[in-house]
Design a protein around this ligand. Structure first.
Ligand code: SF4
Length: 399
């Protein structure tokens, strides 16, 4: 057992691309992904996860959820690596008022399908109707109440935004004709027009459920070799993947991306967002795309600690929740990640002979408290630190 984690056998420091972190594929029970109706009991109290299909959310709903977090538990909303929103530190018996408030926001349209609605989508407006149609199709299929909470559906843009996520099924439109596109699953692909995406996604989900060996198979990639689920699909040709949108104006200048430091959004930050826009997209990169924000909004957003430009090391630093919120570690991941990012900023701004070089183009660094490496972003350096210095070292993009 390592000296700072109570349960794992990892060595003192792990710095590795996320793709090299061992992935568990054999399970002997259904997944335990939390929802609003199925809280997870963490060290800091109950945790509920609110699915936001496609991340599309009115700003008023963000404000309400942040206020609910402060009223009933820890005063922040946690943005997850799948663009869901978590409230934590809640009483073990989650208050009925919280559940009712989430229902009132329209974020719990089906008790049975709550955990089947994990859908990440690129922020492009052209995908809005596809998000709605896919979610409606999932809700309309009773059998999908059995879909594991680990299933991930992605709707990408033509550039491939979010195709670096470990999706089960994804759809990518063509650049020349967004009504046409390709459905992707594992190493297979097949053509699929935009209007056919909802039915195609639901059909694949149903085939997965029909052919999986048991409830311990949570994802398409875990199906045994020779499974007929993707029979008839073609071999997938590797294609480009775009990075998630960085803080700052979007390329068309219409929207603005703000980073949420360590994925923890305070009520004051939610209020600041709602003061400058009426709708937004939650991204799996722990950021928000503010749609049509009021001009000159940056100062007010920055004043609350939101990240409006890509330069700050916190824009590429993430962390699992760690101690004292998680029972599996004694590493205060959030505090150390923040301390290291701030030290990197100070070093960069006060010394011309800096010893730590960080750049927004460098890979993200994900700080974890044990080898599970919860919430790691695609391509991240994963660090299991013994001190903030280990995080600072990982942030050095020359390393
Ligand atoms: S990676 Fe972090 S949040 Fe996940 S189990 Fe380990 S200590 Fe807990």
């Amino acid at each position: 057992m390592c000296r700072h984690c109570k349960t794992c056998t990892a060595d003192v420091l792990v710095v590795a691309p996320s793709s090299t972190v061992p992935r568990v594929t054999a399970h002997d029970a259904p997944d335990r992904c939390p929802g609003v109706l199925r809280p997870h009991r963490a060290a800091d109290g109950a945790l509920v996860r609110v699915r936001v299909p496609g991340g599309r959310l009115p700003a008023t709903s963000l404000v309400r959820l942040a206020a609910l977090a402060a009223e009933h538990g820890t005063p922040f909303l946690q943005l997850t690596s799948r663009a869901s929103l978590q409230l934590r530190g809640l009483p073990d018996a989650v208050p009925q008022a919280l559940e009712e408030a989430v229902r009132a926001l329209g974020l719990l349209p089906s008790d049975d399908h709550e955990r089947a609605r994990t859908l990440v989508a690129a922020p492009a407006r052209v995908l809005d109707p596809v998000v709605e149609a896919v979610d409606a199709a999932v809700l309309a299929e009773p059998a999908l109440a059995e879909l594991p909470g680990r299933w991930l559906t992605v709707l990408a843009d033509a550039a491939g935004t979010h195709l670096d996520l470990p999706f089960d099924v994804a759809w990518r439109p063509e650049a020349a004709d967004p009504d046409r596109g390709t459905l992707l699953a594992g190493d297979r692909a097949r053509g699929c027009d935009r209007r056919d995406v909802p039915r195609a996604v639901v059909d694949l989900m149903l085939r997965f459920l029909a052919h999986r060996p048991g409830a311990g198979t949570w994802n398409l990639r875990d199906l045994p070799e020779g499974s007929p689920v993707l029979t008839g699909w073609e071999e997938r040709v590797p294609d480009g993947v775009a990075p998630p949108p960085a803080p700052g104006p979007t390329p068309d200048g219409r929207d603005r991306v703000v980073g949420v430091p360590l994925g923890l959004l305070t009520p004051a930050q939610a209020d600041a967002v709602a003061a400058v826009c009426s709708s937004l997209v939650v991204t799996p990169a722990r950021s928000l795309v503010l749609r049509d924000p009021a001009p000159g909004a940056e100062d007010a957003l920055e004043a609350t600690g939101l990240l409006t430009t890509p330069g700050h090391p916190l824009t590429r630093t993430t962390a699992c929740i760690g101690a004292p919120h998680c029972t599996r570690t004694e590493v205060p991941t959030l505090a150390w990640a923040r301390a290291a990012a701030e030290a990197a900023t100070a070093t960069r701004t006060t010394s011309s002979t800096t010893t730590t070089s960080t750049s927004p183009a460098a890979p993200p660094v994900h700080v974890v408290g044990c080898a599970r490496a919860c919430g790691r972003p695609p391509g991240a350096r994963v660090v299991l630190p013994t001190s903030p210095d280990d995080v600072l070292e990982a942030l050095d993009d020359r390393g």
